[in-house]
Design a protein around this ligand. Structure first.
Ligand code: SAM
Ligand code: SF4
Length: 448
């Protein structure tokens, strides 16, 4: 989601005459888009800001230093106090104002710009409108690749922002505000625009896409997430549709049915479980039990045999004892996720769990994380080894001197030693020849 927000910021600034530079010393504006989901991410922002301040003081004292996103939203006062050189602070709903804020700073009308209000009636502007008053002649809505050689054939599309779930550990409802879904027409317009530019893969983004359309005030049609998927799939030119993230308690049978009906829907589901213990899940306010989670997994595997499942895990949640952690390990053995993202619990401001007693000590968290990750790595390797000898379709994502990198619909990265003229965005069928923990090796079989 932050990657997509950064793209929108870049497009917005380009449309107002700003240009990206390759070297930081040449920049007259440095804007950090930030994440505050865990304390570690937030500390990195403050440390980087300190380094940037030192550097810009030496190289370009007029350079505007700014902070955007969740840390800006949450820590605006702290940033202003601790970092007097930061002249731009823009929250998660406000970055559409950036061109005006920067113009005021540049013209000397103000010395510091702060905009961090969270509004209950916030709406995400239609993407065409964002770039309407463009002063630039280039096609400013074109996706901006993060790095030279990066793939221009896949694109994130935000379908909703914020979250109403209030999981007890999570800062998102506080930093991104209440859940708001974008109107269907805006989403479909944006997808059509990208496919007209040759984009082949779309990832629909939201903190909890399963509840799309159920809590918004601006929806133009009564459409739920499954309906939206059927509508997106109708748009000519889309080869692959993905989405993230999903809270298991909102995963409907109708959404599972989509995997049977929609040929372009990739056979991969990221379904964060967080813990295998019912006691911990209840204290996390996740609103599902381990039994319900396992039912959803069975339903998905029935609807889409061979679907790859990934998850998020938090270890060391307050009150998590050895038995609770054993339940998480047991769930891992039962589901055998293809991959997972696992984190040590971290207290976040304004969250309920920050005030929970029975905090797990740092060493125990570190040990549990290592145990979990070691076992997940083994399972990922075993699962990947099962694919050796099979044929898979990949979309090419990177072409290097040494070879080609593509991705399967199931979200496995495949390296090819010889690409035989393949280019980014091409589809090809490969035979899987070797398996590693985090990627596969393949040989080109056929071009489509
Ligand atoms: N919306 C998704 C869901 O419902 O699972 C999760 C989105 S959250 C931005 C990404 C992940 O960060 C979570 O799934 C969780 O594992 C992790 N996370 C969130 N808050 C955390 C905290 N306080 N400490 C450690 N990990 C946390
Ligand atoms: Fe955070 Fe996801 Fe829970 Fe929303 S559903 S509060 S984003 S963990």
């Amino acid at each position: 989601m932050n990657v997509r927000d950064s793209e929108v910021i870049e497009q917005l600034l380009r449309s107002h005459g700003h240009r990206p530079v390759m070297n930081m010393e040449d920049a007259d504006l440095i804007l950090l888009n930030t994440c505050s989901i865990r304390d570690k991410a937030e500390q990195k922002v403050f440390s980087l800001l300190g380094q940037l301040r030192e550097q810009t003081r030496k190289t370009n004292a007029d350079c505007i230093l700014g902070v955007a996103g969740c840390v800006a939203q949450q820590e605006q006062e702290n940033i202003c106090k601790r970092m007097p050189d930061v002249r731009l602070v823009v929250g998660t709903q406000r970055f559409y104002q950036l061109p005006d804020m920067i113009a005021r700073l540049e013209s000397g009308l103000s010395t510091r710009e702060i905009s961090c209000e969270l509004a209950s009636d916030f709406t995400i502007p239609p993407f065409q409108q964002l770039f309407q008053n463009s002063r630039a002649t280039e096609n400013t809505t074109a996706p901006c690749p993060a790095a030279p050689g990066a793939d221009l054939h896949k694109q994130f599309v935000t379908i909703m922002q914020g979250c109403n779930n209030f999981c007890s550990y999570c800062v998102v409802p506080h930093t991104r505000g209440r859940e708001i879904s974008r109107p269907v027409a805006d989403i479909l317009d944006e997808v059509r625009y990208y496919t007209s530019m040759g984009i082949r893969e779309i990832t629909l983004l939201g903190q909890n896409v399963n509840s799309y359309g159920t809590t918004n005030q601006v929806a133009d049609q009564p459409v739920d997430f499954a309906d939206l998927l059927y509508m997106v799939a109708e748009i000519p030119g889309i080869n692959r549709i993905r989405f993230t993230s999903s809270n298991p308690h909102d995963l409907s049978d109708k959404l599972m049915q989509c995997f049977k009906d929609i040929q372009q829907l990739c056979p991969h589901f990221h379904l964060p479980v967080q813990s295998g213990s019912n006691k911990v899940l209840a204290r996390m306010n996740r609103k599902y039990t381990r039994e319900l989670y396992l039912e959803k997994v069975a339903g998905l595997r029935q609807a889409c045999p061979g679907i790859a499942l990934s998850t998020d895990i938090i270890v060391g949640f307050p009150g998590e004892d050895e038995q609770d952690f054993a339940q998480t390990m047991d769930l891992l053995e039962t589901v055998r996720f293809h991959a997972s993202f696992s984190f040590k619990y971290s207290d976040r401001p304004h969250t309920r769990s920050a005030s929970f007693a029975e905090k797990v000590d740092e060493q125990t968290k570190t040990e549990r994380l290592a145990i979990f990750q070691k076992r997940q790595d083994q399972i990922s390797l075993e699962r990947n080894q099962e694919l050796v000898g099979t044929s898979k379709e990949i979309m090419v994502e990177q072409v290097h001197e040494k070879g080609v990198q593509g991705r399967t619909g199931s979200n496995h990265i495949v390296h090819l030693e010889s690409g035989s003229g393949l280019e980014c965005g091409d589809f090809a069928v490969v035979t899987i020849t070797r398996a590693g923990m985090h990627s596969l090796q393949g040989r080109l079989k056929t071009l489509p």
